[in-house]
Design a protein around this ligand. Structure first.
Ligand code: SAJ
Length: 423
């Protein structure tokens, strides 16, 4: 199956996934319209600029916009392919909120024509792609939709989750394998033809529900494995053992590969997606639920231990190293490091300084605190307590000579040459 000429594409949602995806598709030679509800985002990209940080994204967007391959709009417009990459947050009760997906579907329905393909990329609870299909069927009774008619359908609908890692998005968009779940096999083939324009990894077709569940399973797998590492670190704190040494030794076993403990799990994916599984099957998912609880609790555990150290050293100044949710990125969303640093700033006022090379100002959580954003040299000169919260390369490079007189609490194991965390 081939498109006679490269399809026109409308990417809805221009965030961390939608914008890089739109730019890569445009670079592959498709005319792309990027749509977002935020006028600021639409205007910024229209000028060839970007509103998020991602390696090499600025040059790519600037290039495709200046060549006229990527345009932006607040409105969905007729296209051959629609790619939906909007957020799916969860509510207070951890129930997934698919309202952005359904709002996008409604907009697509207004401009949909026979021959079009709709692809959902947002992380979604199982059954969401079929919900989109049902919504299209009710809004556009003039179109034959897949799976609801014996005749050949007019349109194709598929689920194809992104699985790219922040910091490596452009590379992984091209080289990762993709699972493509069609409402019908024909839908999957249609979507596969599209992905072949820009994906070099293998594209494997399946049904929509399996692809939806696969995405949730991937992130739940990682969450459970990080929870194992975090639980081991809490146990080791109690037993007075060095968890970094133990994990390093255990991982020499050919079938053991324990992940790294940290201050908790951050970002918009791993700490959220497992709840979608728990919400669908609460009785059947004790392990996944407990992993979430352990990873959330790890942040409180770190906070408790750091406070203990601070209170034993009443005049010492404290440097919190890092706010990002993980190393070498400027993304502070749902970051346990930010949560810990902000709690310390609220409690210990001007004794607390923050070092975050990826921030130019402190996030809003630090409003009404006396905490200051300082550089690493000032922290080395002025602070007696170092709380290492993020494993940014710049922190790893601080030699022992510059830390040996510090009281160090290292949540990431970045300084194996330092005496382990004080009890
Ligand atoms: N973390 C640890 N210990 C580890 C690994 C990670 O504490 O050994 C922490 C990180 O510090 C961070 C959090 O977990 O706070 C998540 O980081 P991550 O690098 O594991 O994942 P994300 O959130 O950046 O991206 C994940 C990826 N999923 C998987 O690896 C299964 C990515 O491929 C997905 O595309 C992304 O979620 C997503 O959008 O769903």
């Amino acid at each position: 199956m081939r498109y006679d000429k490269k399809p026109t594409v409308c990417v809805i949602g221009l965030g961390y996934i939608g914008l890089p995806t739109a730019a890569i598709i445009a670079r592959a030679g498709c005319q792309v319209l990027g749509v977002d509800v935020d006028k600021n985002v639409v205007d910024t990209i229209a000028q060839g600029k970007i509103h998020i940080e991602e390696v090499e994204l600025d040059g790519l967007v600037q290039g495709v916009v200046s060549r006229g391959m990527l345009h932006t709009s607040l409105e969905v417009q007729p296209s051959d392919v629609f790619v939906v990459a909007v957020p799916t947050p969860f509510g207070e009760d951890k129930a997934p909120d698919t309202s952005y997906i359904l709002a996008a579907t409604q907009k697509i329905a207004e401009v949909l024509k026979a021959g079009d393909t709709i692809i959902l990329e947002s992380t979604s609870p199982v059954g969401t792609t079929k919900k989109m299909r049902d919504m299209i069927a009710s809004l556009r009774p003039d179109l034959k939709v897949p799976g609801l008619s014996d005749e050949a359908p007019d349109i194709a609908i598929a689920y194809c989750p992104e699985r790219v890692l922040p910091g490596k998005i452009l590379e992984e968009l091209i080289y990762n394998d993709r699972s493509i779940g069609g409402i019908t096999p024909r839908c999957a083939r249609k979507a596969l033809t599209f992905y072949k324009y820009f994906v070099r990894g293998e594209c494997v077709t399946t049904d929509a529900e399996s692809a939806e569940m696969t995405k949730l399973v991937e992130n739940a797998y990682r969450d459970v494995n990080i929870a194992f590492a975090n639980e081991l670190s809490i146990i080791s704190d109690k037993m007075g053992l060095n968890i970094w040494e133990i994990i390093k030794l255990a991982n020499r076993h050919p079938r053991v590969n324990i992940l790294q403990p940290g201050p908790g799990v951050g970002g918009h994916c791993i700490a959220v997606d497992p709840w979608f599984i728990v919400h669908s099957a609460p009785e059947e998912s004790p392990l996944i639920r407990t992993a979430r609880t352990v990873n959330d609790y790890k942040t409180d555990h770190v906070l408790g231990q750091v406070k203990h150290i601070i209170e034993q050293n009443p005049s010492a100044k404290i440097a919190c190293l890092g706010l990002a949710f993980k190393a070498n990125i400027d993304d502070f969303r749902e970051s346990p490091a930010k949560k810990i640093a902000a709690c310390l700033a609220r409690e210990y006022g001007e004794r607390v300084s923050i070092v975050e090379p990826y921030a130019s100002i402190l996030p809003t959580e630090f409003e009404n605190t006396a905490a200051e954003l300082i550089d690493i040299d000032k922290a080395i000169a002025d602070c007696e307590i170092f709380v290492a919260l993020v494993d940014h390369d710049i922190f790893k490079s601080i030699p022992l000579a510059e830390r040996s007189n510090k009281i160090v609490y290292d949540t990431r194991g970045i300084w194996p040459d330092q005496i382990r965390n004080p009890e």
